[in-house]
Ligand binder design. Structure first.
Ligand SMILES: [Zn+2]
Length: 623
């Protein structure tokens, strides 16, 4: 039974968590050995603050309670993964290669050259990256950073770059920045179009507002959580455009394998032949990763992902004795490393092929998610379990990749909206009192999935009922307590939290570096997706943009509620804005610094009146 204040695990969840404890190989403690191997020193306490004193990273808040056996409110498999993820410090991978782990969502790796050091993946925030570099230097000497490698386009792999080098050092040629082809376009694009909605949903997925503890946030599975410092970016100076390309920096040879379309649209693995070490970026980690992350994204391709891991084994398998990545701990020994890579590959290939097999037998996404069974050897391999991705949501994602949102059943082709369906369902079930009874019965029998469904209908039909919200929160909370997946747990508990306490809001932090990196087309797109269509129906206006320093010019035209843009001379538009390229991004915030205006200045005001602001706090568990 859920207690009214909702902090106890129900008998059903307790039993399920105990069954997981009995079924999984907890006596296999190799991961703990590997996560501690090569320990050199740690930041004590493992807390990082911004210049203004604000805490941007606090691993002690997790270490304080992630001790001993899992409590009834946490799935023991997730508890174990979180214990592993809280092991922080500077570690030797092999002599000359070091990693700081547990200082952000990702790992930062240091490769020592003749005089300097190469950084692979400088974390999310400048503050945590600087703290990691300081920890490294404390133990390994004051080596200059001679190169930074971004393995891929996700912010946890580049955002802290200004904590380890500077734009000046890069411009002066003292530090190279090496990245896969297409890096800047993809790194920035993901934040332009659906950025606000992804950020709001990421707050659910990472449980950012949840208290940390056995009844709250215990970890994201991929690592503990995101740091919240200053996100920076420095554009690459050297792009890797083909597999097999090599670079030698400060005596360190790096051999690259491009893996576009795997975990990120632009990503690459690299072999360090001088160290017999292979860096797998985020393509092989100690979790089943996401084919489609819960925050929302374009669906990834598990077929290509598996193929690139096969290629990596073929290219590098006989030239490496350790494999490490930008999340989790390394795997030592060629045989173990190849088994790890092979199992990771089999995982994505199996999910892909089995989903397609069943899809071609007529099963839909949610049916495949229930029907699929994983091979026993992968079930028993800790690194293949679903702490970040899950078998359930990944199979639905693969269905979505091939078939889209429609399951083919015309009864589902034109359903009512959630609110309209909710009103009808509540009436059909006999009214609010009957739905509450159904919900309570479902909770009492441990069918929390059904409880969540019927009670969510009631909340959407009658959002002001505290009893409905409280009961739905209880059901979601039990689902969270039972979840092996860190992001599922956070999503369930975040939903329960908002039902009980109201919206926790989603802090929107805009990185000036990321804004400056927007291309003119991305800026115009960002404006266009804010046009309120109906408000703009009656407007017809044109704007010429002349980027005086770049020698580029664009035409924007608003008509039929659509703002389109194309490269064209600015002359002839209703209004012409002449400015240096750097001033363009200011237009997003309505700033006109450095902009000269010719023609009809009222045009800009007319455009502004049809623009909507995105809502960073939109409702999720309520209508
Ligand atoms: Zn990452």
């Amino acid at each position: 039974m859920a207690t009214p204040d909702g902090t106890a695990a129900s008998a059903t969840v307790k039993a399920a968590n105990e069954a997981a404890r009995a079924a999984l190989p907890f006596d296999d403690t190799q991961d703990f050995e590997d996560a501690r191997r090569g320990f050199i020193g740690r930041l004590d306490p493992c807390v990082v603050r911004a210049a203004d004193g604000r805490v941007v990273w606090d691993n002690e808040s997790y270490r304080a309670f992630l001790q001993g056996e899992a409590p009834a409110t946490v799935n023991p498999s997730l508890w174990r993964q979180s214990q592993l993820n809280t092991i922080d410090g500077l570690f030797e991978v092999v002599p000359g290669i070091y990693q700081v782990r547990g200082l952000d969502l990702s790992n930062i790796s240091f490769i020592e050259g003749q005089t300097g050091v190469i950084v692979i993946d400088p974390l999310i925030s400048s503050e945590t990256a600087a703290a990691a570099l300081a920890l490294y230097r404390e133990h390994r000497g004051d080596r200059p950073v001679v190169a930074v490698v971004y393995t891929h386009t996700h912010v946890d792999h580049f955002g802290g770059v200004k904590g380890v080098t500077s734009q000046e050092d890069v411009d002066a040629g003292r530090c190279a920045v090496i990245a896969p082809d297409g890096f800047m376009e993809h790194a920035i694009a993901e934040n332009v179009y659906a950025g606000t909605a992804m950020t709001r949903r990421a707050a659910y997925m990472f449980g950012a507002a949840l208290p940390r503890g056995p009844e709250g946030h215990v970890g994201a599975g991929l690592a503990q959580t995101n740091s919240t410092g200053t996100v920076s970016v420095i554009a690459p100076t050297d792009l890797i455009t083909a597999t097999g390309e090599t670079r030698t920096v400060d005596g360190v040879v790096m051999e690259f394998q491009l893996t576009p379309g795997t975990e990120a649209p632009a990503e690459m693995n690299l072999l360090l032949p001088g160290f017999d070490a292979l860096c797998m970026a985020e393509n092989a980690t100690h979790t089943l990763h996401n084919i489609l992350t819960l925050r929302g994204a374009v669906v990834r391709d598990p077929r290509i992902w598996a193929r690139y891991i096969t290629e990596a084994i073929g290219l590098f398998g006989d030239r490496m004795d350790v494999v490490f990545a930008s999340h989790h701990w390394p795997t030592w020994g060629r045989e173990r490393a190849i088994r790890f890579l092979s199992e990771q590959r089999d995982l994505y290939a199996y999910l892909h092929d089995q989903t397609l097999r069943m899809l071609n037998q007529g099963l839909t996404g949610s049916e495949i998610a229930e029907a699929i069974t994983m091979p026993p050897a992968l079930e028993a391999a800790w690194h293949a379990r679903g702490y970040y991705g899950s078998v359930s949501h990944n199979t639905k994602a693969i269905y979505q990749r091939y078939m889209g949102w429609y399951d083919g059943n015309p009864a589902h082709l034109w359903e009512h909206t959630p609110e309209e369906r909710a009103k009808r369902y509540v009436a059909a079930m006999g009214g609010p009192g009957a739905v509450l009874r159904l919900g309570r019965e479902a909770i009492d029998t441990g069918d929390f999935r059904w409880a969540a469904e019927v009670l969510s209908h009631l909340v959407f039909a009658e959002p002001d009922r505290p009893d409905a919200k409280a009961l739905l929160a209880d059901a979601l909370e039990q689902l969270g307590f039972g979840a092996e997946n860190g992001t599922w747990r956070s999503a369930y508990l975040a939903g329960a939290h908002e039902l009980r306490h109201g919206s926790f809001g989603t802090p929107v932090s805009v990185s000036p570096d990321m804004m400056r990196a927007l291309s003119p087309e991305q800026i115009f797109d960002a404006i266009a997706i804010r046009v309120n269509g109906p408000r703009g129906w009656g407007e017809h206006l044109s704007i010429g943009i002349d980027l005086t320093d770049a020698g580029e010019a664009y035409r924007l035209e608003l008509r039929n509620g659509v703002l389109v843009h194309w490269a064209a001379p600015a002359d002839g538009a209703d209004v012409i804005l002449r400015m240096p390229g750097a001033a363009l991004v200011g237009l997003l915030a309505g700033q006109m610094d450095g902009v000269s205006v010719e023609g009809d200045p009222t045009v800009l005001g007319r455009l502004m009146t049809v623009l909507d602001a995105p809502d960073p706090d939109f409702a999720i568990v309520t209508p």
